[in-house]
Design a protein around this ligand. Structure first.
Ligand SMILES: N[C@@H](CCC(=O)N[C@@H](CS)C(=O)NCC(=O)O)C(=O)O
Length: 337
């Protein structure tokens, strides 16, 4: 940890290449846990419950990584980060993985020394307004006061949208998400804009959630996913394949409830996923039952989705683009072979 922190600080200053970070898995094994960067509180994605326990789709991805390495859902510590802090925390070595509703963009991929390891939620940016405003489209918002977060794609997209539609606007950006909620709730702005999943989560914090509507326009693509540092392909591969294993498990109909019986399956693809055939885990530097353990302790991608953000949760988010490709969605994982 100390070593990676010092290297991190040096790398962040641009003095050495981020290749100095190779060895993340060894560092994690020696400290005994994964340090995961999450949001400061976004229900359904990464949020602390009343007992202080972290829950959410992004949190479960980190727990799944911890299970893959240690077989233990609790071998993970969480660092709550604002949008502005998140990338520095990763490049400096303060965290091992960033799993925090973070949009994969070209600049972030090519200019920050970071790698996106997949997409665990396909999203797009939306706009919420008080129902009492009587507005039914974003094109009616000329001159609006708009609240959002600093250091986000949100800020950039909303600026493009208003300029492109020749509308005036006043952007009020805060570092902390709860400051945005408070300002919007107090009527300091006409519009709250962020990822649509974020709107579904944050509206739960408003004094009267039902008094607000999300407008129909989706003004951007926001593929959200986990991020690691460049220069450590082994760690990059582990995070990538943890997510892929969860998606493949759903596609194969393997759940936390039936994974034990599936261990006896003759299906070669199931055997490879569950580690009863081949040495796929060892090739990643972890044990061959890595994916079995993830499914047993966390579940497949669909289980995690339904538990945290799906129609039966307060967020009530339909699977939509996040359905499996076999069900008309975009969730598609390369095969284990
Ligand atoms: N996906 C966008 C926006 C991410 C973002 O920071 N969203 C805010 C609003 S939903 C947020 O995460 N708030 C929760 C927090 O800061 O704890 C990005 O990557 O820039």
């Amino acid at each position: 940890m100390k070593k990676s922190f010092i290297f991190g600080a040096i790398a962040a200053l641009g003095l050495i290449s981020t290749g100095a970070f190779a060895g993340t898995l060894d560092d994690i094994k020696s400290k005994g846990f994964v340090q995961c960067g999450v949001s400061q509180g976004l229900p359904g994605f990464s949020n602390q419950d009343d007992s202080g326990k972290w829950t959410g789709l992004d949190v479960e991805l980190c727990r799944a990584v911890a299970v893959a390495v240690f077989g233990d859902t609790n071998a993970v510590k969480f660092s709550p980060l604002s949008s502005k802090q998140r990338f520095t925390a990763l490049s400096s070595g303060e965290i091992d993985i960033l799993s925090r509703n973070t949009t994969w963009t070209m600049t972030r991929d090519t200019q920050l020394g970071l790698n996106f390891a997949g997409v665990n939620y396909y999203d797009g940016q939306g706009m919420m307004v008080p129902a009492g405003m009587g507005v039914s489209s974003g094109t009616e918002l000329d001159g609006a006061n708009i609240c959002t977060n600093t250091g986000t794609t949100t800020e950039l997209n909303i600026t493009d949208y208003f300029r492109f539609n020749n509308m005036g606007f006043n952007l009020v950006a805060f570092e902390k998400a709860d400051e945005v909620v408070a300002a919007y709730d107090a009527g300091r702005c006409d519009v709250y804009t962020t990822d649509r999943s974020g709107l579904a989560a944050q509206r739960l914090k408003l004094s009267n959630p039902d008094a607000h509507v999300v407008l129909p326009e989706i003004i951007s693509k926001e593929p959200l996913g986990p991020v690691v540092r460049q220069g450590d392909d082994q760690w990059f591969n582990i995070v990538k394949w943890v997510h892929n294993a969860m998606v493949n498990a759903e596609e194969m109909g393997i759940t936390s409830a039936n994974v034990d019986s599936k261990k006896g399956s003759d299906n070669p693809a199931v055997k490879r996923l569950l580690g009863t055939e081949g040495s796929f885990g060892e090739e990643l530097g972890i044990s061959n039952d890595w994916a079995y353990n993830i499914i047993k302790h966390i579940g497949n991608y669909g289980e995690s989705y339904e538990r945290n953000v799906g129609p039966n949760t307060p967020l009530k988010l339909a699977r939509g683009a996040n359905a499996l490709w076999t069900n008309g969605g975009l969730m598609y994982a390369p095969p284990i072979r």
